[in-house]
Design a binder for this molecule. Structure first.
Ligand code: CTP
Length: 400
């Protein structure tokens, strides 16, 4: 089997320079990449750069190498087309099926998954014309990644930045791995909590846990690659924002609860992957707690935190909303998992066996996913994203 064939379409925005990094990641990970820039993209990054980095000739027009019928061949042979950056103009052309250069022709002939990573000023992104074009493309099965929020060209900040090339690469990798053209979570809003809460004792100390947030981020990335609108509520993770995901940063269990309750109002599914502290210090000392010479330490009084998973399971914000919890168990894993599933009232519970060998922060995981309907899905040891895909498969079944 040859290398997977990727077409990297580049349209004319300043973020075109970031596509060089995406190209490098794609080629270095074993993809055969053909770059198809638009004429205006070449104002930002020249053909020599694309050609040297991809190892292929670069053309913007259908008139070069006509005997090879490139306007049809490139799209037909591709395993994935990714357009990064996709300008407002490019989204409009793609939505309306215009074909006035090599890239737009390629988009019409491609039968593989197509990913657009838009980048533009906030006003252009929010304009009803652009939003309708994006909706059209999504309805037809294209994956349009939400732009990131941040510094734009000039002095502006807002939504419209091209997501980090490393994150766009992750989306491409996942779409290629799934090998399906229709993302199955399009039109769905999913909410994921990740990381571990920190419960402050005084301005410099907290009670916390070792959750890295990696499983929750894997869930967010895979859901975005399957077309969902994703809200990721992140507690103390320090991880980079995944592409196309709205990230809400929180610190404590109480803040996490507030953010989750707000986000789930219109959510189709909620996955509580965060390690939420069951208790918090009863009192917060406004000044640093000092040790007193010779005196024994004061005991720390704790109070219970709200159980967010139990609360959202009992009081569903929408009919048919699917709620997923996580559980870490050391003994009697399945029996304890079943009891916890009933106690929490969720639809699915991902049960991890934790022990001395299994450390927090690892890249891999294994689990059993228990269903309230009695189902049991064993997920063998593997990358956290493999577990995430299984969770979304089970959620998607229940959403239908
Ligand atoms: N959870 C939550 N709110 C809490 C505690 C936990 O929403 N205050 C959620 C976690 O996000 C996770 C699941 O509940 O999805 C895991 O609960 P866990 O901490 O394992 O269960 P506990 O009810 O604390 O049971 P125990 O500590 O006795 O194992």
């Amino acid at each position: 089997m040859g290398k997977p064939k990727v077409v990297l379409g580049v349209s004319g925005g300043i973020a075109a320079y970031k596509a060089c990094e995406l190209l490098r990641r794609l080629t270095e990970s074993g993809h055969d990449v053909r770059v198809v820039p638009t004429e205006s993209a070449l104002n930002f990054v020249g053909a020599a750069t694309w050609s040297a980095l991809s190892g292929h000739p670069v053309s913007t027009e259908v008139w070069d190498d006509v005997h090879e019928v490139p306007h049809v061949r490139i799209g037909q042979q591709a395993d994935l087309v990714v357009v990064a950056p996709a300008t407002a103009d490019m989204l409009a052309k793609a939505a309306h099926g215009l074909a006035d250069d090599l890239l737009t022709n390629t988009l019409l002939t491609a039968r593989c998954p197509v990913v657009f990573a838009p980048a533009m000023h906030t006003e252009m992104w929010e304009h009803p014309a652009t939003q309708e074009n994006v909706a059209t493309l999504r309805r037809r099965g294209a994956l349009v990644i939400e732009p990131a929020v941040g510094r734009l060209t000039g002095v502006d900040t807002g939504k419209g930045r091209l997501p980090d090339p490393a994150e766009i690469f992750e989306v491409c990798r996942r779409v290629l791995a799934r090998g399906v053209t229709e993302p199955d979570l399009v039109g769905r809003h999913v909410v994921i909590s990740a990381g571990g809460t920190r419960e402050p004792l005084d301005p410099v100390r907290f009670l916390g846990n070792r959750s890295s947030g990696k499983q929750g981020y894997a869930l967010a990335r895979t859901a975005a690659a399957r077309g969902a609108r994703v809200t990721l509520i992140a507690a103390n993770t320090g991880l980079p924002d995944p592409a196309g995901v709205d990230v809400v940063q929180v610190g404590t269990a109480v803040q996490l609860r507030e953010a989750v309750l707000k986000a789930v109002a219109d959510a189709d599914a909620v996955v509580m992957a965060a390690a939420v502290a069951d208790f918090r210090p009863a009192a917060y000392a406004a000044g640093k707690i000092k040790k007193k010479d010779g005196a024994d330490p004061e005991p720390v009084a704790l109070v219970r935190n709200p159980d967010i998973l139990a609360e959202i399971s009992a009081d569903r914000a929408r009919p048919g909303q699917v709620v997923v919890g996580f559980a870490a168990e050391t003994d009697d894993v399945l029996a304890n998992g079943r009891t916890k599933l009933r106690r929490k009232g969720c639809d699915l519970l991902v049960v991890n066996e934790v022990g001395e060998r299994r450390t927090f922060g690892a890249e891999e995981n294994e689990a059993v996913v228990l269903g309230a309907d009695g189902s049991e899905t064993v997920v063998p040891h593997g990358p956290k994203e493999a577990l995430a895909e299984v969770v979304w498969d089970l959620v998607a079944d229940r959403l239908e």
